[in-house]
Design a binder for this molecule. Structure first.
Ligand code: ASP
Length: 584
């Protein structure tokens, strides 16, 4: 028997017990005639003591142990004279009577401690060692508890987990596909699923009624902190339901997770239409932990010979509480922020309402104090507050204001990680126009149902057709999204034609779905949550990487196993592939 107990388990109530522990040597301290050794496993750390006076030989052997050696120890539980109450096992220690080296270790490339000396790259390369660190491991434990709770919640509601294939065909659904060449079908390729969308809809046609799957999805996109080429979704679909049913069931799931995992009771989630979200926050995933909503000023700014505002389609502001005290330098920083190419504003106009009530602005030449007072009044600014104003094309400017709003909130410390504001954004537009390609794209995906009352507009003004589509947003992060689906093959055909597919193209790519719809497809709809994002929010992390066991870096590489990598000429030949790299 390797162990009677784990390294996280023994307490003062176990006093005098003979125990055997196995684990990794975290640290050795020699003090006088004693050696103190911290032994670590997944469950915690327990202090071992070797005493020269009682067993000189054993003590000498223990002194030769190195960091991260795997050992087995026998000993007796004793009360510590020097208790460490920060550690669950901190009231006891094990007086060692024997030990055995199960496996020595080379000196690890970084210290396996909370404050490690290893940089990001090194820890990625030795991820299996990084995973020994408590914080990294506890993120994965959290992930496990969340998937376990998710399965248990959905199982109780009759959802059935069904696996769908990973080798499928390439379909245009937003992002670029990862493809896999087929050896047995020369010149042909599988694609890895961006989501199990079509399969889960087919399962509804099969009558499965309530499906879910915790499933890997793949998208070949440029990477950011919250993106990985492979990621996990909690993917769900239901039949004989309306939007309201989906929102209720999955609001329940999120509440259940907060309740069981974090002990937080969340009340009903507010709902905001897409149009409202854009107007009030300039974003379809607003962070509602703080107010600072967008205020439209266009009508108040007109006709005062300030051509910048007069010629703009939209003039809008946010009110920064206490911002009147900002220095010139701080204001310049705000201007620089909005002028960054990622934001793209041309300039920033400010109006200060000083604490004594005087008003100062960068447009004093054009607007009287009375004019400015009206702006401040509309923005509900108090003495001491600051208005930051942007102007331009409506949607673009709203989005810029949204970025500024988030930036100011970060500076003011308003994005509290211990607060959780969940919100449904509903009534998304069905379509999105691509100016460059001169055509409409599905905003969610082509299987999303338009609102019944908007269907006639598909022929006349497709751009304003609303969809039965919804997103779940937590603290400004889109955590999930879904829609009620089209289940009528004629409407589906119509949708493909609006998207510019010819009948033949639609038939070639989605014929199987439209065919399936001819054999009794029930009304259905669903949703998918990004598990990695959800876990990172629960863990208070900024990046999803730390809640994934073996993540890829920013170039999509796994530096530990060194993938992707070239393959041999034989493998290429077998697949009828030729590598044709552009010359540098
Ligand atoms: N398949 C969709 C997605 O991955 C989710 C859904 O519509 O259920 O975003």
């Amino acid at each position: 028997m390797y162990r009677t107990n784990t390294c996280g388990e023994l307490r003062i109530t176990n006093l005098n017990q003979e125990v055997t522990l196995s684990g990794w040597v975290q640290k050795l301290r020699k003090m006088g005639g004693m050696i103190f050794l911290d032994l670590r496993d997944r469950y915690g750390v327990t202090q071992l003591v070797f005493n020269q006076e009682t067993d000189a030989e054993l003590c000498e052997q223990a002194g030769k142990l190195g960091r991260e050696w795997v050992i087995q120890v026998k000993g007796t539980v004793a009360e510590r004279s020097n208790k460490n109450l920060n550690l669950p096992t901190g009231e006891i220690e094990i007086i060692a009577s024997a030990f055995q080296v199960l496996n020595p270790s080379e000196t690890p490339p970084f210290t396996i401690e909370e404050d490690t000396d290893g940089g990001d790259d090194l820890r990625m390369k030795y991820r299996y060692l990084d995973l020994r660190r408590t914080s990294v491991r506890s993120n994965l434990e959290l992930r496990h508890r969340m998937t376990f709770a998710t399965r248990s919640y959905l199982n109780k509601l009759q959802f059935m987990e069904v696996e769908t294939p990973v080798l499928i065909g390439s379909t245009p659904e937003g992002a670029r596909d990862f493809v896999v060449p087929s050896r047995m079908n020369a010149g042909e390729f599988y694609a890895l699923p961006q989501s199990p969308q079509l399969f889960k809809q087919l399962l509804m046609v099969s009558g499965f009624d309530r499906y879910f799957q915790i499933v890997k999805c793949f998208r070949d996109e440029d990477l950011r902190a919250d993106r990985q080429p492979e990621f996990t979704q909690i993917d769900c679909e239901m039949s004989f339901i309306e939007q309201e049913d989906i929102l209720t069931v999955f609001e329940g799931l999120i509440q259940y997770l907060f309740q069981t995992i974090k002990g937080i009771d969340l009340s009903r989630f507010p709902r905001l239409t897409y149009a409202e979200a854009m107007k009030r926050y300039g974003s379809d995933k607003p962070d509602t932990r703080f107010e600072m909503q967008l205020v439209e000023l266009k009508d108040l700014t007109m006709g005062k010979s300030f051509s910048v505002f007069d010629s703009a389609e939209y003039v809008g502001a946010i009110c920064v509480e206490g911002g009147a005290s900002y220095s010139r330098k701080q204001l310049d920083e705000c201007t620089d922020f909005v002028k960054r190419p990622q934001i793209g504003a041309k300039g920033l106009i400010s109006v200060r309402c000083e604490t004594d009530g005087t008003i100062r602005s960068s447009v004093d030449k054009f607007y009287s104090p009375d004019d400015l007072q009206q702006w401040l009044h509309r923005a509900e600014a108090k003495p001491g507050d600051l208005l930051l104003i942007l102007c331009g094309e409506t949607e673009k400017t709203q989005k810029q204001l949204s970025e500024l709003r988030l930036e100011m909130a970060s500076r003011l410390g308003l994005r509290n990680k211990n607060l959780f504001h969940c919100l449904w954004v509903v009534d998304f537009p069905l379509l999105e126009y691509d100016e460059e390609l001169n055509r409409y794209f599905a905003k969610h995906h082509p299987f999303t149902s338009p609102k019944i009352e908007d269907i006639p507009l598909l022929d006349t003004r497709p751009g304003i057709v609303r969809a039965n589509a919804y997103d779940l947003v937590i603290n400004g992060i889109e955590v999930g999204g879904g829609s009620i689906r089209i289940y009528n093959s004629e409407l589906q055909k119509k949708m493909f034609s609006v998207l510019g597919f010819s009948d033949e193209q639609a038939q070639a790519q989605f014929g199987f779905l439209m065919n399936a719809f001819k054999y009794g497809a029930p009304p259905h709809g669903g949703i998918a949550f990004g598990l990695d994002r959800l876990v990172s929010i629960f863990a208070g992390l900024d990046s999803i990487r730390d809640c994934i066991a073996f993540p890829k870096n920013n170039s999509g590489r796994d530096v530990m196993i060194d993938a992707p990598s070239p393959i041999s000429q034989e493998q290429l030949d077998e697949l009828y592939l030729q590598i044709n790299l552009p010359s540098k």
